[in-house]
Design a protein around this ligand. Structure first.
Ligand code: GEK
Length: 241
């Protein structure tokens, strides 16, 4: 379904929420709004499935409709893997349950901040930490580090901002042009930007890498970047190749 959430002029732009209107258009919205999404999700599936091997549990925190969950399942034939999708939007979870019926997956409507990930070999946070309060982020990553399997791998994708003002403008402008090229009008772009302003507080790439280290992870590497969107592989201990 085509994303037309911000097509008409709105009197008051309410803060962005993952409600039923958004759920209906979500795959179209995220594909046309997040540069690199269509690379990051299949690669998440590939990397996570390989890391899980024959058995183990992966958590897809802030799973929305379960795109990363599905990508992992598609890349693994192992019967003994389990992927748990967590989201605090009941509209998202209901739809994910309808769409993904693989018995190796389960979905739960819960706050990821209070969801244990005991012994998880893989935890995925694709475009989610950016919606948490900045002061909650280090505590979350520290807890994930403590709870995950000793060989645990965290895959984190986020919108980032730049320390360099010139490049920030260049990337912002290019993103705007990309959204226009994807069929969004100027009105849709500006209304969505306003709606997101209060709910999305974005860190720099350097802040992300430093936080992974402070949380106790051993290795953190950015593996993908397109304009202001980046993805990181974060390991509890050095992986053996
Ligand atoms: C994808 N990962 O397709 N607890 C649980 N869920 C939360 C919380 C929280 N505290 N805060 C936000 N969410 C997906 C895309 S979308 C990104 C993730 C976007 C959920 C929220 O309900 C929404 O479904 C998701 O995080 C963010 O790869 O729309 O830009």
């Amino acid at each position: 379904m085509h994303d037309n959430v911000y097509v008409d002029k709105q009197q008051h732009i309410v803060d962005f929420a993952f409600n039923k209107d958004v759920v209906a258009v979500f795959p179209d919205m995220i594909r046309r709004s997040v540069p690199g999404y269509e690379t990051i999700i299949p690669m998440t599936g590939l990397i996570a499935a390989r890391h899980l091997g024959d058995e183990g549990t992966a958590y897809d925190l802030g799973c929305s409709l379960g795109a990363s969950t599905l990508a992992i399942l598609q890349q693994s034939k192992a019967a003994k893997i389990h992927v748990v999708g967590i989201d605090n939007s009941s509209a998202m979870i209901e739809e994910a349950r309808q769409q993904i019926t693989d018995s190796r997956a389960s979905f739960e409507c819960a706050d990821l901040l209070s969801t244990p990930v005991q012994d998880a070999k893989v935890v995925v946070l694709n475009f989610v930490a950016q919606f948490l309060e900045p002061q909650e982020r280090l505590a979350l990553f520290t807890r994930l580090q403590a709870e995950m399997h000793p060989d645990g791998l965290l895959i984190v994708s986020e919108k980032v901002r730049n320390m360099d003002d010139t490049m920030q403008s260049v990337f912002d402008e290019t993103h705007l042009n990309w959204k226009r090229a994807n069929g969004y009008s100027d009105l849709e772009v500006s209304q969505k930007r306003q709606a997101l302003e209060n709910v999305m507080k974005v860190d720099t790439e350097e802040m992300q890498l430093q936080r992974f280290q402070e949380a106790g992870f051993n290795v953190a590497k950015q593996w993908f970047r397109c304009l202001n969107w980046a993805s990181f592989l974060v390991y509890k201990r050095l992986p053996t190749s």
